[in-house]
Write a protein that binds this ligand. Sequence first.
Ligand code: G1P
Length: 287
Amino acid sequence: MKIRKAVFPAAGFGTRFLPATKAIPKEMLPLIDKPLIQYSVEEAKRSGLEEVIIVTGMGKTAIEDHFDVSFELEMLLKERNKTEILKMIEELSNFIHFSYTRQKKPLGLGHAIHCAKNLVGMEPFAVFLSDDVIDAKIPVMKQMVHTFRQYPYSILAVQRVPKKEVHHYGIIEAKKICPRIYKVIDMVEKPHPHDAPSNLAIIGRYILAPEIFNALEQIRPGKGGEIQLTDGLKMLSRTQPIYAYEFEGNRYDAGDKLGFLKANVSFALNTPGINKEFRSFLRGLNL
Ligand code: G1P
C-alpha cells in the first residue's frame, strides 16, 4: 500500500521560543530563508507523498497564508520582472495538496494526530514533526517509505542519543532484526535516565497504521497530563507489530534555541551565495 498523506501537527504554543513566538507560529521561524515547516513539507514531497494535512491551532494562520497563493505578491513580482523569485513563490502554492484542521484544545501530540482522523481515513500515513529538521542525502521519509515496503506496519524513526538526554524523547526497547531495523518491544515517553530501556530515541518522523486512531481513543492522559502518541503506539503494539528505523542523516532539534542555532549555522555553511563569507566570518571570531 502506498503512503500518500502526511500529517503535520502544528498547534503547539512554541513556549521554548517566547517571546519570538507570541504572534508568529514557531513553525514559521526562518532557517536561512525558509520557514521551518517548509523543510519537512519539501521532505514529504521528495518522499513521494501527495497530500499534506496540517493540524493547526489559534494564531497559526501564517502557515496557511504561507502555502497559499498570494495574488498581490505575484502581480508585483511580475511587474518588476523578478522572474526567479516569482517562480519560487508560484511553486510554493502549487507544491502539494494542503488541507487544514484544528486542534481545539492543547491536549498533546496524540490528540493532535487524532484530529486528522477524518482527513486521513483508513490508510497508513506519515507524520512529520517539523521541529526535527533532518539534513539527509536521501530524505528520511523516503528511507522510511522504502522500509515500509518490506515491513508494512507502523515505523518510527529513531536515533541514538546520549543517556542523559533520554528524558526529552520517547524511548524504545527493541530487538534489532537487520541493519537499521528494529522490532519494537516496548516504549516509554520521556523516561528518567535510570528507567530508560535504551538510548534509542523516537525522532519526529513516523509511518502510522490507521488503527492508531482507535488506540488513541482508548488511552488516558500520560506524561504531562497529555494524550501521548507514544502511549497510543504502545497500545497499538498489543495488536500489531511496530518497527523502528535508524535513519541516515543529521538531525537538529530546531524546537530548541541551541538546536535551532546549530541548524542555522550548519545550513548557512551549505548555502551557495553566503557560505564562503559566512565561513570566513566564523573564522574571524577566533573562538
Ligand atoms: C515528541 C514525542 C516524543 C518524541 C519527540 C521527537 O515530543 O512525544 O516521543 O521523541 O517528539 O522530537 P516533544 O518534542 O513534542 O515534546
